[in-house]
Design a protein around this ligand. Structure first.
Ligand SMILES: [Zn+2]
Length: 319
């Protein structure tokens, strides 16, 4: 699982008057193709051969994908004990810590990987990307504050003008993805509805068919397996925002692109849409993995707004 990640520089929301800003969600994808086996089958395989590195690793990945992080951690630890020379289990454990907000523990594991000799170039590179990610989360501030938009710090608060509502939203999907057209449309509508409720009813919208006159265009596009949209990872979605000429706190228009990869599923699509619509309405990233606005999409990809997500959206449109 080569990382998957966030280009921190792009997310510097603040200093970019009238300039296009691109915020993205990235997704963790295992390097190994999914085994196609259920977690029960993989557990059975471990019971039959408790000394098998590969059985533990596959089970660790499957547990990770299911969002069962403690089980994932156990199995990755077993990998490390069974084969101390391999870093695969260590990377798995660090990923668990990243997804559960235990960033200090993740850093310890990455340092441990670097301290082992010899360390391959690819492992060094993976650690470097991970460290950039962790420092980016750190820059996003306290993961336990009631909200991640601070109304007393206007540099961190951006949104649409009151007069822009209801926002005109156009939806488009790649004709090659026609089986996803309707699910995608529903996800977009539902995402706007949920954020509207979170905002206290402020962020009203209406669906329009003409993209040119729309304030926000949401697109579903296809990517080929293994393609990379970001400099350092697999990008799941991207939101571009343009500020009003008069103020870099006011959003003038926004464009969302969701990158569909055949390895994704509908649950992941829904979570990704909810995340990107959050950006389009003015939210930056959160450093708490329980928030939908955490930059790294993570298992089990539940499309749920946390209290912090709701509070933050409400804060943008509070006045
Ligand atoms: Zn994002």
């Amino acid at each position: 699982m080569i990382s998957q990640f966030i280009n921190a520089a792009k997310a510097k929301f603040s200093f970019l008057a009238s300039v296009l800003v691109v915020l993205s969600a990235y997704t963790a994808l295992p390097t190994q193709a999914a085994s196609g086996q259920t977690t029960e089958e993989l557990e059975q395989a471990v019971r039959e051969d408790p000394h098998s590195f590969s059985a533990h690793f596959k089970l660790g990945r499957a547990m990770m994908d299911a969002g069962r992080f403690r089980k994932a951690e156990e199995n990755f630890l077993a990998c490390t004990l069974l084969n101390p020379k391999s870093n695969s289990g260590r990377f798995g454990m660090a990923e668990v810590y990243e997804h559960t907000g235990k960033f200090a523990d993740a850093i310890l594991v990455y340092k441990q990987i670097l301290s082992r000799q010899p360390v391959s170039e690819i492992d060094q590179y993976r650690v470097q990307l991970a460290m950039e990610r962790l420092s980016y989360y750190h820059s996003l501030g306290d993961a336990n504050s009631p909200q991640y938009v601070f109304s007393n710090d206007f540099s961190d608060k951006h949104g649409w003008k009151k007069t822009a509502f209801p926002l005109r939203v156009a939806i488009w999907s790649d004709p090659e993805l026609k089986e996803l057209k309707e699910p995608f449309r529903q996800d977009v509508v539902r995402a706007f509805e949920r954020w509207q409720i979170a905002s206290g009813g402020k962020t009203t919208f209406k669906i329009v068919s003409d993209q040119r006159s729309a304030d926000i265009v949401c697109k579903l596009v296809r990517v080929m397996r293994g393609s990379k949209h970001g400099a350092i990872g697999d990008k799941a979605g991207e939101t571009a925002l343009q500020w009003d000429d008069s103020s870099d706190d006011i959003v003038k228009w926004s464009r969302i692109e969701i990158f569909w990869d055949e390895r994704y599923n509908l649950v992941k699509l829904e979570a990704c849409v909810l995340h990107e619509v959050g950006h389009a309405l003015g939210l930056n990233h959160s450093s708490n993995p329980h928030d939908i606005m955490f930059p790294l999409a993570h298992p089990p990809y539940a499309a749920i707004l946390s209290e912090r997500d709701k509070n933050s959206m409400k804060a943008i449109y509070a006045n």
